[in-house]
Design a protein around this ligand. Structure first.
Ligand SMILES: Cc1ncc(COP(=O)(O)O)c(C=O)c1O
Length: 379
C-alpha cells in the first residue's frame, strides 16, 4: 500500500478536471488571439472560465488575471503595489511562503521599498497590535500576510487584518494558495486588494493559477509581449490549464462543507491517535479547527537519533509526507517557518496533509507505519 499525505505540496488532479481538459487538448487548439473560428472558440473557453471563477469568488471577471500559479501571482501583487501604486513599505512576516518572502527581499534590494516583519507567536499567529504599530509608521504600506500557513496550518483572521489595513490606508495582499478551493471567499464583502491561487492545490492542473486584483488597483506588466490578459501578461494562454482550473474551482465549491467535514474528521482522528501513541508529542501551529487549516497537520515528534531518516523511513514504508514545505525538502536547511515561530528544531517534524480523497483506511495505515518507524527508532 502507498498513501499520499502530502496534499499541501500538491494534490492529485480530479478525474472530472481531466475530463474537462481532454477535449480542449484534442480540439481546442486554436490560438485565442486569432480572430478566426478556432481562435474565437478557445478565447470563449478562457472567458467562460474567468466568469466561473469570478462567480464563485463574488467578484468581477475583469478582476481575475490568469497566471502560471501562486508564485507568479504573489510576485505581480507585490511588484505592482511598489511600482504602480506608490507603496514604499512592505509589512509581512518571517513565516510567509518564499513566493512572498523572497519577493519582498528582492524588492527591498532595489531600494524602492523597505520591509518590516510583524511579530508572530509560537503558534504562528500574527500579533495584531504589532501590525498596528507598523501600520502607524510613515510611508505607504502594503500588508502581505498569508491566509493559512502551508507548513503549520495557522489561519489569519482576514477580516480583522483588512479592517486594520483600511484604517491606516494600507493595501492588503493575502497569499490564499493553501485556502483557495478549501474555504469560500466572498470578495464583495471582504475588502482586500490581492489574493492568489494555484490550481494544483485543489485537484486542478499544475502551472496555472490566478491573481485576484481589486478593480481599484493598477497592475504592472511583468511579462511583456502580446496583448493577452488585456496587455498585462503577454504570452499565449494556457487554455487547457485555465479550463481545468475553472473546473477544479467548481468541483471544490460544489461540495465544500462535506469535504471540509470529512477532512477535519481525519485530522482530528490523527491528532487523537498520535496523542495516544506518544507521551510527549506536540503539534506545530494551531490545531483548533477555528484557527487551523483543516488539510494540514504538522507533528512535532519525540527526539530520536534517527530523526534525519524519518521522512525517508516513512517513504520506504509507503507513506508520502514532508517536513516543512516541498520547496525546501531535499535541501538541508531547516524550515524558515519553524525557525520563525521559535520551534525546537532538534525534534523531528512531519507535515501530514490531506485531501477530500484521503480515506480513514489510509490514515490507519499511516499511523501503523509511524508506530513501526518509531518502535525501531526508539528501540
Ligand atoms: C502558501 C503558498 N504560496 C505560494 C505557493 C507557490 O505556488 P506555485 O508553486 O503554484 O507557484 C505555494 C506552493 O507551495 C504555497 O503553499
Amino acid at each position: 500500500m502507498r498513501v499520499y499525505l502530502d496534499n499541501a505540496a500538491t494534490t492529485p488532479i480530479a478525474p472530472e478536471v481531466v475530463e474537462a481538459m481532454i477535449p480542449v487538448m484534442q480540439e481546442g487548439f486554436g490560438n485565442p488571439s486569432s480572430t478566426h473560428y478556432f481562435g474565437r472558440q478557445t478565447k470563449a473557453l478562457i472567458e467562460t472560465s474567468r466568469r466561473t471563477i469570478a462567480k464563485h469568488l463574488v467578484c468581477e471577471p475583469s478582476e481575475i488575471l490568469f497566471t502560471s500559479g501562486g508564485t507568479e501571482a504573489d510576485n505581480i501583487a507585490l511588484y505592482s503595489a511598489v511600482n504602480q501604486m506608490g507603496v514604499n513599505h512592505i509589512i509581512t512576516s518571517t513565516i510567509e511562503h518564499h513566493a512572498v518572502g523572497h519577493t519582498a527581499e528582492a524588492i527591498a534590494k532595489t531600494g524602492k521599498a523597505c520591509v518590516s516583519y510583524v511579530k508572530v507567536d509560537s503558534k504562528g499567529n500574527i500579533d495584531l497590535a504589532d501590525l498596528e504599530r507598523l501600520l502607524k509608521l510613515d510611508g505607504i504600506a502594503i500588508v502581505s500576510l498569508m491566509h493559512a500557513n502551508n507548513e503549520i496550518a495557522t489561519l489569519l483572521p482576514l477580516e480583522e487584518v483588512s479592517a486594520l489595513c483600511r484604517k491606516y490606508n494600507a493595501l492588503f495582499h493575502s497569499d490564499t494558495v493553501q485556502t483557495m478551493g478549501h474555504y469560500s471567499f466572498n470578495l464583495s464583502e471582504l475588502d482586500i486588494d490581492f489574493i492568489t491561487c494555484a490550481a494544483h492545490k485543489f485537484h486542478g492542473p499544475k502551472g496555472v493559477g490566478f491573481l485576484y486584483v481589486n478593480k481599484k488597483n493598477k497592475i504592472e506588466t511583468r511579462i511583456h509581449g502580446g496583448s493577452q490578459e488585456r496587455g498585462l501578461r503577454g504570452g499565449t494562454e494556457n487554455v487547457y490549464g485555465i479550463v481545468g482550473l475553472a473546473k477544479a474551482i467548481e468541483l471544490a465549491y460544489e461540495d465544500l462543507d462535506a469535504h471540509h467535514h470529512h477532512v477535519q474528521e481525519l485530522k482530528n482522528y490523527m491528532i487523537a491517535n498520535l496523542s495516544k501513541m506518544f507521551d510527549n508529542i506536540s503539534f506545530h501551529g494551531e490545531i483548533d479547527p477555528e484557527k487551523s487549516l483543516y488539510t494540514v497537520l504538522n507533528v512535532c515528534f519525540p527526539k530520536t537519533d534517527k530523526a534525519g531518516m524519518l521522512l525517508f523511513s516513512l517513504d520506504l514504508k509507503g507513506v508520502a509526507v514532508s517536513g516543512g514545505s516541498a520547496c525546501t525538502s531535499g535541501a538541508t536547511k531547516g524550515s524558515h517557518v519553524l525557525e520563525g515561530i521559535g520551534a525546537d528544531m532538534t525534534r523531528p517534524n512531519v507535515r501530514f496533509s490531506f485531501s477530500r480523497y484521503t480515506t480513514k483506511a489510509e490514515i490507519d495505515f499511516a499511523l501503523e507505519q509511524v508506530q513501526s518507524v518509531f518502535t525501531i527508532a526508539l528501540a
